[in-house]
Design a binder for this molecule. Structure first.
Ligand code: ZN
Length: 200
């Protein structure tokens, strides 16, 4: 992937990012992985063939031919069936990887959003007098905050393997949290306190 990108004029920095050729930008936001690229700015993504397709406006087959020519790859007898099967497999696995990455960044935003809300609720709705009844949002923060902070740390410091495990068990939890945040923001409480939950 990197060799191909550099061959066609992309400059890859030490962190593995390049200026995206598919949208205007000054700070590189296209990441080059071993087998695919992904732009965090415009979400364009794909493997080497897609890159060449997009750069030169080619069809996949022409793009593959161009790669073959530009990189001096020998013409090998082409077994269409095996090759296209292998290509489909690769495409599928790259696609899966991309979906995971998308889910990962969305889930991280949801979790940090919820953490922020919980922290605010814990302060804002803490009982002021000994005989105050506990506000439900305060109670929710007591129940959830530690766990959510742990999950945020997992996303920050965990490996992709850890996060894949988390996804396997807790994908629905993340969905529920997203619903919870939306409900809160649409509720009276969320609307009449515009500062709460809108700091992002
Ligand atoms: Zn881009």
């Amino acid at each position: 992937m990197r060799d191909v990108a550099e061959h066609y004029g992309l400059h890859i920095n030490r962190a593995g990012f390049a200026n995206c050729p598919f949208h205007r930008e000054r700070t590189p936001s296209m990441k080059l992985y071993d087998d695919h690229f992904y732009c965090f700015g415009c979400q364009s993504s794909g493997d080497i063939i897609t890159l060449v397709e997009k750069l030169f406006g080619l069809q996949p087959y022409e793009a593959a031919k161009k790669l073959q020519g530009d990189f001096g790859l020998a013409e090998v007898p082409y077994d269409y069936e095996t090759e296209s099967k292998a290509y489909q497999e690769r495409r599928k696995s790259v696609q899966k990887e991309l979906e995971f990455k998308k889910w990962k960044s969305a889930a991280y935003l949801i979790l940090t959003d919820y953490c922020n809300l919980l922290r605010i609720w814990k302060e804002e709705y803490a009982p002021k007098n000994d005989d105050d009844t506990f506000h439900p949002l305060f109670v929710e923060s007591l129940h959830e905050l530690d766990k959510m902070e742990y999950y945020c740390d997992l996303f920050l410091y965990g490996t992709d393997e850890d996060i894949r495990k988390f996804k396997e068990y807790e994908e629905r939890l993340v969905k529920r949290i997203a619903d919870r945040i939306r409900d809160f923001k649409q509720s009276n409480m969320g609307r009449t306190n515009p500062d709460i939950g809108n700091e992002r």
